[in-house]
Design a binder for this molecule. Structure first.
Ligand code: F6P
Length: 544
């Protein structure tokens, strides 16, 4: 792994600080006026994805300095180390090999002296066989009924990817199958997901890397009870439950036959696992061929990320732009605005991918960072967001760099809808960049007192990612784009993008509080005065 200087000591970082002071007031209007070919110059394309980053507050010099920063941060070496199966997740001493999940059959990726690609394909083949059996009706429920409902039980990476992919690929899903998801330990989630379903026709996929997660195990036990209450036979579990996990021992302990378990490995992070066996619900919904197409999309961007020069490398460009706004402009958030209703869960999916990965306050060698790391990701599909929070992006006091995702063709051609949708995404990016000057506002005959209210300063940066159509392959490409952008950012910040220790503390404290809520006798409470009081109030009032 490259031995790099501390981030703030890297020459390119210092040069960027200086450069920022020179260009921070430069307006996108000026940048476009000075260079009629800016739209072409600040664009890159890979595997059919077109990235227009011309509406960013950058010059050629900015980009050169950012690329230099990537080099001085050892990005090339880190990419090579990841693809070579080195243990780049230092705090957990693990390789980071989601790229192996989509490596073509016959390729070689070594971990601890073993080629993992054949194992990946063995599981994919079993998943395909099982998916065909469920979709074709040869895998039946305990009473011989056909499986019509599939419920994925999981949380975090074992839920967000499958939900997002199912929603994104609904167009390709088998309409005869009802696919639902249960994640929250709030019983309402389970109750709503199972409402109206016949247990004899319902298959549960218990998805958990560790198979110890409180929420998932609680929901899995409730699911078993729900099934047994209706089918009255322990033997039913074998036909109505399969597991996706790395932990065969816990799967067996739960009572699921490990022959009905689909495995993955510790080198797959939860938030990077939607294309592992964790994607079983996706595969059942859309079929193995579409799932395979999605994997090819991932792989196309993996290869692009691994081989393309930084100057034409989409995830590198996106990652460096995120660093630029986060660390120099002081932007706190990034808005993700897909102009496709099927991508409605994409921002939520990206929240875990980006924020669990790069929400870190120490460097790989344990030093407190003296710069900002991961920004907050959020968003909603367009055009809905336009009638809600876009006002703040246009005229508020916060700088919110935005990613717009657009498609040239819709999956649901209905009259003028798609042209109207596309007109809106293009218009938003244009309005954010160029705004409306006081002169323009006055020329419209606006009364003087209203002029300041109607001025839009512009200079709000955004990218447009444009693809032809939302296919399984394109979905894989989009996700891989963000995975590698997150990697690029983490590399510049010298943090471990693959651990998540912060999540643990809350889990441990919850385990302590559970018996204090449940015990019959008045418990001895040793929390802070606020927590003690809230526990007592809950105990007193929960019976209604
Ligand atoms: O919430 C933290 C986390 O560890 C995530 O990283 C992970 O995706 C999720 O919990 C679920 O974990 P598991 O798949 O082991 O149930």
């Amino acid at each position: 792994m490259a031995n790099t200087l501390a981030l703030t000591q890297r020459p390119a970082w210092k040069a960027l600080g200086e450069h920022y002071r020179n260009i921070r007031d430069l307006h996108l209007r000026t940048l476009f006026a000075e260079d009629p070919r800016r739209g072409e110059r600040f664009a890159a394309e890979a595997a059919g994805l077109y990235l227009d980053y011309s509406k960013h507050r950058v010059t050629a010099e900015t980009m050169n300095l950012l690329f230099e920063l990537a080099r001085q941060s050892g990005l090339r070496e880190r990419i090579d180390a990841m693809f070579a199966g080195e243990k780049i997740n230092l705090t957990e001493n693990r390789a980071v090999l989601h790229v192996a999940l989509r490596a073509p059959r016959g390729s070689t990726i070594m971990v601890d002296g073993e080629n993992v690609v054949p194992k990946v394909h063995e599981v994919l083949d079993r998943m395909a066989e099982f998916s065909h059996a469920v979709r074709g009706g040869s895998w039946q429920g305990h009473t011989g009924k056909r499986i019509r409902n599939v419920i994925n039980v999981g949380i975090g990476g074992s839920d967000l990817g499958p939900v997002m992919a199912y929603e994104a690929l609904r167009h390709y899903a088998d309409p005869n199958l009802t696919v639902r998801f249960v994640s929250n330990v709030d019983g309402t989630d389970f109750a709503v997901a199972t409402a109206g379903l016949d247990p004899a026709e319902t298959l549960f996929i218990i998805s958990s890397k560790t198979f110890t997660t409180l929420e998932t195990m609680t929901n899995a036990r409730t699911a078993r009870q729900w099934t047994l209450d209706a089918l009255h036979d322990e033997g039913a579990v074998a036909r109505h439950f399969v597991a996706v996990s790395t932990n065969a021992a816990e799967v067996a302990k739960f009572g699921i036959d490990t022959r009905n378990m689909f495995g993955f490995w510790d080198w797959v992070g939860g938030r990077y696992s939607m294309d592992s066996a964790i994607g079983l619900s996706t595969m059942i919904a859309v079929g193995p061929d579409h799932f395979q197409a999605m994997l090819s999309g991932f792989h196309a961007i993996d290869e692009h990320f691994r081989t393309a020069p930084f100057e034409r490398n989409l995830p590198v460009i996106m990652g460096l732009l995120a660093v630029w706004y986060n660390d120099f402009f002081g932007a706190q958030t990034v808005g993700i605005f897909p102009y496709d209703q099927y991508l409605k869960r994409f921002p939520a999916y990206l929240q875990q991918l980006t924020m669990e990965s790069n929400g870190k306050h120490v460097t790989l060698d344990g030093r407190q960072v003296d710069y900002q790391t991961g920004p907050i990701f959020w968003g909603e599909p367009g055009t809905n967001g336009q009638h809600s929070f876009y006002q703040l992006i246009h005229q508020g006091t916060k700088l919110i760099p935005a990613d717009f995702i657009a498609f040239c063709r819709t999956l649901n051609p209905l009259g003028r809808h798609h042209d109207l949708l596309t007109a809106n995404v293009l218009a938003q990016a244009e309005a954010l960049a160029f705004g409306k000057t006081p002169e323009q506002v006055k020329a419209e005959g606006t009364p003087e007192r209203l002029v300041p209210h109607r001025v839009c300063e512009g200079n709000r940066p955004s990218s447009i990612i444009m693809a032809d159509q939302l296919t399984p392959e394109v979905l894989g490409k989009l996700v891989a784009l963000y995975e590698h952008s997150v990697f690029t950012q983490g590399c510049v910040w010298s943090i471990d993008s693959f651990d998540q220790w912060g999540v643990e503390l809350g889990k441990v404290l919850a385990l302590r509080i559970i018996p204090e809520l449940e015990s019959g006798a008045e418990p001895q409470l040793n929390h802070d005065s606020s927590t003690n009081l809230l526990i007592r109030r809950y105990r007193e009032r929960r019976k209604g």
